[in-house]
Design a protein around this ligand. Structure first.
Ligand code: HEM
Length: 400
């Protein structure tokens, strides 16, 4: 295995010479369980599928989801009670799964919000187990990874349950004559490269890919954001002031909420959840003067790149205002890569920034967050780097 350890090497593999690489071991392990969707597929088929999904992630489409995002966030955050202790990592996992399902997969469900929340809960639970299984299967040799003691059976049944849920969603959408306008109906619509639209199996695999890629990433990032807010009341005050000074109908974005956006960029730098992503060389290739043989497995880690003092002075200091001194554009390509770069760059980058801004606005407008004195928050390394657990006490702002 080779580890890419400079922005130039990362950029070379992900962008300049990307054609010479496939996605590698991590995704080979995931494929039998989540299928051949956009995160696991390769080459022409990947290009075709990515093109078909892209319209759902255009800025105009996202503007259309904001109302649903706000409703989902408000619904959950308004159930908290003054003085209550909320286990934030769990609350964020549920919230972000429900938000993803509600925005992308169902614009008008007849059975309403409760069914959606229940579906979100089930998806969240299975997803966590499946992601843990993929991680265990990647870092351990196969005979050890499949030991029952490591939860192998639980992983297999969670993957099967998730596939069932996705199959049902696809079947229901296919039978729905109203053309719901959500992502599933976009998948069924023909494109120039694929006039028939996607088959049920293709649509199911894309749905699983988007759930895998889009729920845990945002919920883990938001958990770290809330952790930082708990430790830094002065930052909470600045975000609160920004929320107060904007009318509620303003759609949160980098332009309308510049400080909150900088804060999130700093969370994505210091608490980048993706510590292990992979590629595999398809042919002999030279990267940073090193000859890589065909089949070489390659690791790149956004978490490591983001702590390089050459680009981020005093890298362990959490400081949203560092982005005032040096914008992302001034860094060498490959130095700050929360959403990766190149043809496999995150399709949901803008979507997720919008979701996270919406959630932060909902929380900070209502609540102050207090860490529990006796609880020590530790980073835990699994498929992502997440907090071990994040219980926080919530209290309302004093009325002025
Ligand atoms: C904070 C949130 C997120 C982070 C940090 C993040 C990060 C990333 C990264 C680093 C990759 C590249 C993986 C690789 O090189 O193998 C990626 C790919 C991807 N992400 Fe995200 N992501 C986030 C949210 C989302 C959301 C909300 C969605 C969808 C709704 C999404 C969908 C995808 C998809 C489909 C891919 C694969 C793209 C392709 O291969 O063409 N992500 N993401």
């Amino acid at each position: 295995m080779f580890v890419l350890n400079s922005p130039e090497a990362v950029h070379d593999v992900l962008v300049t010479q990307s054609r010479k690489f496939s996605k590698g071991l991590l995704f080979d392990i995931a494929r039998p369980f989540i299928g051949n969707g956009i995160i696991t597929s390769e080459r022409e088929f990947h290009r075709r599928q990515r093109r078909a999904l892209q319209p759902a992630f255009h800025r105009d489409s996202i503007a259309g989801y904001v109302g649903t995002m706000i409703d989902v966030a408000e619904e959950q955050v308004s159930t908290w009670r003054p003085g209550e202790v909320i286990v934030m990592d769990q609350a964020m996992r549920r919230l972000m799964t429900v938000m993803l399902v509600a925005t992308l997969f169902s614009t008008e469900r007849p059975d309403g919000a409760e069914a959606m929340a229940e579906l979100g809960d089930r998806v969240a639970e299975h997803l966590t187990t499946v992601m843990r299984g993929v991680f265990v299967g990647t870092v351990l040799p196969a005979p050890i990874a499949s030991l029952p003691a490591l939860g192998h059976r639980r992983y297999l049944s969670a993957a099967a349950a998730l596939r069932d849920l996705a199959d049902t969603a696809v079947r229901q959408a296919r039978q729905d004559p109203t053309g719901r306008g959500d992502l599933l109906s976009i998948m069924f619509t023909g494109t120039a490269g694929n006039p028939q639209g996607m088959s049920d199996v293709e649509a199911r695999d894309e749905l699983l890919s988007l759930l895998m890629a889009g729920a845990e990433t945002t919920s883990t990032t938001l958990s770290w954001a809330l952790y930082e807010l708990g430790r830094r009341p002065e930052i909470t005050d600045r975000i609160k002031a920004e929320c107060r000074s904007r009318p509620v109908e303003v759609i949160p974005s980098a332009t309308t909420f510049p400080f909150t956006d900088r804060f999130l960029r700093e969370v994505l730098r210091l608490h980048q959840p993706n510590w292990l992503l992979m590629r595999r060389a398809l042919e002999p290739v030279r990267v940073s003067g090193i000859e890589l043989p065909p089949g070489a497995e390659i690791i790149y880690s956004a978490a490591t790149m983001h702590r390089d003092p050459a680009y981020f002075p005093d890298p362990l200091r959490f400081d949203p205002d560092r982005w005032l001194d040096r914008s992302q554009k001034e860094l060498p390509p490959g130095a700050y890569i929360p959403f990766a770069v190149g043809n496999r760059k995150c399709i949901g980058d803008f979507f997720s920034m919008t979701e996270m801004l919406v959630v932060l606005r909902s929380i900070v407008s209502r609540w102050r967050l207090h860490p529990l004195e006796k609880h020590r928050v530790r980073p835990v390394v699994q498929a992502q780097i997440r907090p071990n657990s994040l219980p926080m006490l919530v209290s309302p702002w004093p009325t002025r």
